[in-house]
Design a binder for this molecule. Sequence first.
Ligand SMILES: Cc1cc2nc3c(=O)[nH]c(=O)nc-3n(C[C@H](O)[C@H](O)[C@H](O)COP(=O)(O)OP(=O)(O)OC[C@H]3O[C@@H](n4cnc5c(N)ncnc54)[C@H](O)[C@@H]3O)c2cc1C
Length: 279
Amino acid sequence: MNRQDTQDRQGMGTRQVPEGDASKPGAPHQLVRVRHELRRRKLLVTSVESLTPRMRRIRFTSPDLADFNSPSPDDHIKLFFSQQDGAAAQPVMRDFTPRAFDNAGKSLTIDFAIHGSGPATEWAAGAQVGQLLEIGGPRGSTLVPDDFDWYLLIGDESALPAIGRRVEALRSGVPVTTVVAVANEDEKQTFTTRASWRPTWVVRGEPGEQDAELLRRALVGFTPPAGDGFVWIAGEGSIVREVRTYFVEERQHPSDWIKAAAYWHRGTDDGHGGPGTPA
Ligand SMILES: Cc1cc2nc3c(=O)[nH]c(=O)nc-3n(C[C@H](O)[C@H](O)[C@H](O)COP(=O)(O)OP(=O)(O)OC[C@H]3O[C@@H](n4cnc5c(N)ncnc54)[C@H](O)[C@@H]3O)c2cc1C
């Protein structure tokens, strides 16, 4: 594989690795993988807000956040939750998206989808100002260039923080369509953006196997704008796999311009098997 490490351009301890063919410098639409120095940070909860009935926005502060680095909207950090059964027990880890951060203000925001049971959702549902939480990462980022002619972002509630961050970050006027499955009308969100954003919400009740068919039905009606497009898919693993297959096989979308990641697996505790497991 023709991969090439280049100089530190994203800050201390960061390396860039082009994901495509590095023999074509300057070629458009190249996704670039960037590694970061891995650090753990201890954070203090400063506010807890219900963004929607099932989405909890929690803000943190820490002097450790002065050099926190997360250049890509779909970066993830590890959250460490201590277990009740004895001090010797290892904390459990879950992956979450840095929804927003501010180095000068030493703050970080994470949006938690509240979904029933599990260490992360239970912690978020009961979180209080003054509580502590340890995080690690991000370990790396995939930088998606803002040079595509259009963007299509697909997912469920767990993907909404990354989707919101990307919609907000895209350049002025670029067409971006989001197709997101949510439990009910109250779970729809709004984002402030310079891009030309067209949201489609798939209201489906509880997440289930029907999500793939519902998303697919919504996507059949999607007519891509002219030019090259980037498709991003995240959410429950089997749904992500089906939607990705649809784009590759039926819509014949170039697979280099699709990024798909399993954010969780139905019926499995922390079943994503690693950060954003490719679906
Ligand atoms: C790269 C990455 C970024 C992510 N960013 C976010 C984020 O910013 N916000 C966010 O809310 N989630 C995010 N997730 C998803 C989150 O990590 C998982 O949902 C995680 O399993 C939640 O942990 P838990 O302890 O609440 O539940 P677990 O203990 O992992 O699972 C308990 C049960 O709940 C089910 N379950 C897990 N997640 C969900 C869900 N979302 N909806 C319905 N059922 C579920 C499982 O199948 C299992 O049966 C991200 C995942 C990845 C890989």
